[in-house]
Write a protein that binds this ligand. Structure first.
Ligand code: SF4
Ligand code: SF4
Length: 360
């Protein structure tokens, strides 16, 4: 199919087509919302069942073209997971989720999905098409699974036998009836590595994530104070978390990107916490220009760093970290001040208790 060739030229490694009836996924979605697992992501609730009904979200939609774009930076070494585990063991290093080290994927995917839609329209004639990526109203993983881009792993992300899970998903809703591609079969089997490794026990059951406990949610989506019980378990993760993907056996097949966009930008792949802590807002905005990190703003960035610096102090007292925290305390707003005070208390804190296993 020519669409597939165009997609490859545009940097997508796989595309599929899903029909618009996601009825079977609707009950699971509503139950997840009813249990409050979405935390403060109220937009998820707002879109409600419409998320499982693409034709209601974009009237006239007859098919959804799904697309996968691998994002491992081109320079990733063999055994990149070991490099990441090592970084997580060094309390003074900063860990930023791999997907966020390069250019903002929203922009990269949107532009390329739009280009794909334009090529399709040139070929078939006028076309109603709307592109989405990482968009709240769209059940991305469900669409991906139905169209063969991957199965939904126990960590709730899509993964693929020949590509692991280190990829972004995007969709084009079209008013064109295209033949659906077959779904992907699940290959998690009896594995539960992602459930066991999760630092906050956020995967409360296979295929069920309590976002309120997930470090990705807490460091990126969540606006207020980070719950104290969770803070020790963030370690040095200041933006997102990759642990459930690092441990997944299928990620030995993860593929590096064909695009330079996702190359890691210095210093996001090798900075110390202190190097990032000293950025004022102007420097934060300058250094994160074109990056997804910019979306969380300087206040949340500093909040996350304060927690990680506290965790570093608990691991080993350090005069430079202590002084840097105290210096920033003077001009801090209430939210940051509270996190700095917590961080300083870690100098005398007992080792954290393991996270309580959540039952819901
Ligand atoms: S991203 Fe991290 S905190 Fe969230 S479920 Fe995966 S391992 Fe747990
Ligand atoms: S770690 Fe195991 S259970 Fe989790 S997604 Fe990967 S294969 Fe599935």
């Amino acid at each position: 199919m020519q669409l597939r060739e165009w997609a490859h030229e545009l940097g997508f490694s796989q595309i599929g087509v899903a029909a618009v009836d996601l009825g079977a996924a609707e009950a699971g979605l509503m139950e997840w919302l009813a249990q409050g697992f979405h935390g403060s992501m109220h937009y998820m609730q707002r879109h409600g069942a419409r998320r499982a009904r693409p034709a209601e979200l974009v009237p006239g939609t007859l098919s959804v073209i799904t697309a996968r774009m691998d994002y491992l930076p081109r320079a990733s070494p063999q055994g990149w997971q070991a490099v990441e585990w090592q970084r997580l063991r060094e309390p003074q290093q900063a860990t930023v989720s791999i997907y966020a080290r390069g250019r903002d994927y929203h922009k990269v995917l949107r532009t390329r999905l739009q280009a794909l839609a334009t090529r399709l329209a040139e070929s078939v004639g006028p076309l109603g098409a709307r592109v989405f990526t990482d968009s709240a109203p769209v059940l991305e993983v469900e669409l991906a699974a139905r169209s063969g881009l991957g199965w939904r792993g126990k960590h709730t992300l899509a993964l693929q036998r020949d590509g692991g899970s280190m990829f972004f998903l995007g969709e084009i809703f079209v008013d064109l009836a295209l033949p659906a591609t077959p779904p992907a079969a699940s290959h998690c089997g009896s594995c539960r590595a992602c459930i066991d490794v999760c630092p906050t026990q956020a995967i409360v059951a296979p295929y069920r994530l309590d976002a309120r406990r997930c470090i990705s949610y807490l460091t990126i989506e969540h606006a207020g104070a980070i719950p104290e019980a969770m803070r020790p378990h963030l370690g040095n993760r200041i933006y997102g978390c990759d642990d459930c993907q690092l441990v997944c056996p299928w990620n030995k097949y993860a593929r590096v990107s064909t695009l330079a966009d996702f190359d890691a930008r210095a210093p996001l792949d090798g900075a110390t916490l202190l190097q990032l802590w000293v950025w004022d807002e102007a420097e934060f905005l300058r250094r994160t220009e074109g990056s997804a990190i910019r979306r969380i703003g300087h206040a949340r960035w500093q909040r996350n760093l304060a927690v990680a610096l506290g965790n570093a102090l608990r691991a080993a007292p350090d005069a430079a970290i202590e002084q840097a925290l105290r210096r920033r305390r003077a001009g801090a707003d209430a939210l940051l001040a509270e996190h700095i005070d917590w961080a300083l208390r870690q100098l005398t804190a007992a080792p954290p208790a393991p996270p309580a296993t959540a039952a819901g």
